[in-house]
Ligand binder design. Sequence first.
Ligand code: GCO
Ligand code: MN
Ligand code: MN
Ligand code: MN
Length: 386
Amino acid sequence: DYRPSREDKFTFGLWTVGNPGRDPFGEPTRKPLSAPYIVQKLAELGAYGVNLHDNDLVPIDASAQERDRLVREFRQALSDHGLVVPMATTNLFTDPAFKDGAFTSADARVRAYALQKVMHSMDLGAELGATTYVFWGGREGTEVDAGGKLLDALSWFRDSLNFLAQYSQDQGYGYRFALEPKPNEPRGDIFLPTVGSALGFIATLDQPDLFGLNPEFAHETMAGLSFPHAVAQALDAGKLFHIDLNDQKPGRFDQDLRFGAENLKGAFFTVQLLEEGGYDGPRHFDAHALRTEDEAGVWAFARGCMRTYLILREKAEQFRADPEIQAALAAYRVEDAELAELTGKFSRENAQALKSRTFDREALGRRGPGLEHLDQLTLELLLGLR
Ligand code: GCO
Ligand code: MN
Ligand code: MN
Ligand code: MN
């Protein structure tokens, strides 16, 4: 009956279900929820874990005693309700100090303060058991490029990530780092705007093996790109370290809609990739209830994200088992053992044989691969008709 269990590895951020419904035009519409209460509610709903920014739990100006109390109460709630903290991250965007970037600020003092804040936040994450550390560079970007820092920003960003990777090793934390690309919002242009940009950047780091991706459905959609395509590229590169599931209408402000609420086909192919592409990390929902909702709406939102994922996971199983769909897939793909031999591995002989081979180009161009039929079958499966 699509009720989630711990094994499904569903996680939410404190900032997601805890979102009070503030937007640039209006005040919060909901009361803040305490971290221990969120843990209790998520556990009741069948979630596996909860993720956090440092300041979701500990206010930026908290005293040492206050920090210890908040962390103690949070850990107590985690152990009372059997939830884990798989991922931690740093808030490098709310405080005005970060208004022109953190790692990429033109002010060396801000860059140093950002490093200090992340180290403290990594300490907190390690204390809570997190093994993945996310970098979302929300303020790392520009509105105007008159400051001339485009090249410097990338090298400051690189230096910071290299430094923090070594800090993690020096402390024995064993974190894997996941970069989360986004094209814009809150900055006009954010650095490393897409999954592809982040993959390219990772190759320039000192220890690229420690770094991977935390792609988000909404962010690739905002960039006008396909999320399943981005997920596939991250998987192919062995870089899918974490994932932010939500939804988004193309060409709009950052919406953080409930998973599957808008682009159901994109959600389906995402679930299919995660389930069949060898990803075994948490299924994290980075979204929030609509601003119109009260607290009941928040839990309806959280339940809906997980339920839709489980329904789509079942649809992916049906897709695999459906004889007509499998026949259409088999008809779509053409294999040829002899050609596989020739093209699989370069040799001078294979190259010569391939060059002298005759292909019936017109026949290749005439073939209809049956994709309309296959896509309609997929659609009817999703609509519950198969
Ligand atoms: C956004 C981002 C954030 C990050 C979060 C964790 O659009 O605001 O998706 O929610 O995921 O800061 O790194
Ligand atoms: Mn987002
Ligand atoms: Mn967002
Ligand atoms: Mn996100």
